[in-house]
Design a protein around this ligand. Structure first.
Ligand code: SF4
Length: 360
């Protein structure tokens, strides 16, 4: 992969460093180096496991998602990105030992053949933004094909997936887009694809025989949010076939308190981080519970009309919020099972593929 990436970047200066410690001296002022970090690629080897459970929190319901850490950081620059506080190398890191990743997946699947593995590459970066350089999805997608116990979620804010479309149909691949109203994308999700381009790409993926997912995360409160989110949901419903949607998640804006200062420094025109928030049991700042419930409830109502049958769930929310929004709380492990059933053949055979959200 390293050779492939270098071949696609002729003329870009290349420096071989002994290890990532060589980049450390640039770290003194985080706000200063974060923008520059978007212009440097660090090609390196993932020495630990690629797969790690999504970091759920004790007081919030977890969906049992598993993260494949194939990159760290991404070329886009969202003002709310939690990675700004997380990355410790001033670069976009790409882990190039793809063969180790495939071997690790084989070993995992062989060790637990009855488990449904929902795996995604979009937690520590963007699954598509670097793909023309990396070529990772072209390797991963056929690798997942014909493995009913494993599903790959390609989560992105990007839109260029034409080279991947001939690899469909493939029910083991879910193309997922993070969505927000067009004005939030313009103001806060710098260098990402516009809303219309994301939805057009989603329609292309569905036509090529892939499942889809959407993540309204973070949901951002601002004056006029109702109209902006309602029309975004309507646009989603008009451009994408509901029958292709595996799931839709909702997650209110949340971040560790120290990120607020960084957002103000890096994006002084941004207003959303100044909104009143409360410190939650996991230490993160969140909107007040009543506001979260209001936003989730309205979104659920609009989505039920625009994308009938799609499974809607809350990402990292408390049982009290679930109760208020859905009138019920999934039992331990039930949310993971509901999501598994959306993509596992046994769930489809049992007729569970679409109407499950009526239960919660
Ligand atoms: S696309 Fe995701 S990883 Fe990239 S800057 Fe935005 S939030 Fe961060």
């Amino acid at each position: 992969m390293a050779r492939r990436i270098l071949a696609r970047l002729p003329g870009v200066p290349v420096t071989v460093i002994p290890d990532r410690e060589a980049l450390r001296p640039a770290l003194a002022d985080r706000a200063a180096w974060l923008a520059a970090a978007k212009t440097t690629l660090l090609l390196t080897v993932q020495k630990g496991p690629f797969r790690r459970p999504c970091p759920g929190t004790r007081d919030y319901l977890c969906c049992g998602y598993q993260v494949l850490q194939v990159t760290l950081n991404c070329p886009m620059d969202c003002s709310y990105c939690v990675l700004q506080e997380y990355i410790n190398v001033p670069a976009i890191t790409i882990f190039v030992n793809m063969e180790d990743l495939l071997a690790e997946l084989e070993a995992d699947w062989a060790a637990a053949p009855d488990k449904v593995w929902r795996l995604g590459t979009g937690e520590f970066g963007d699954s598509l933004a670097l793909d023309e350089l990396m070529g990772l999805n072209k390797r991963l997608m056929p690798f997942f094909a014909g493995r009913p116990q494993a599903v790959l979620e390609i989560k992105t804010k990007w839109h260029r997936l034409e080279p991947l479309l001939p690899l469909g149909p493939n029910p083991q691949v879910v193309f997922a887009w993070s969505l927000n109203p067009a004005e939030i994308i313009r103001r806060e999700e710098h260098f990402s694809a516009p809303l219309e381009a994301r939805l057009k790409a989603a329609a292309q993926a569905a036509a090529a025989g892939f499942r889809l997912a959407f993540h309204f995360d973070p949901l951002i409160y601002f004056p006029g949010w109702e109209e902006a989110y309602r029309s975004t949901v309507e646009r989603l419903g008009s451009m994408v076939p509901s029958a292709a949607i595996a799931w839709i998640s909702l997650g209110g804006l949340r971040f560790l308190p120290r990120l607020r200062h960084l957002i103000h420094r890096r994006f002084p025109a941004s207003r959303f981080a100044a909104q009143e928030m409360v410190r939650a049991p996991d230490g993160k700042l969140r909107y007040f519970k009543d506001l979260r419930i209001d936003m989730y409830g309205r979104m659920r109502e609009w989505l039920s009309q625009a994308t009938p049958g799609a499974l809607i769930y809350l990402c990292m929310e408390s049982p009290r919020v679930w109760q208020a929004v859905f009138g019920g709380v999934p039992e331990e492990g039930e949310l993971a099972r509901l999501l598994d059933e959306r993509v596992h053949p046994s769930g489809e055979r049992a007729g569970l593929y679409f109407p499950t959200n009526s239960r919660i």
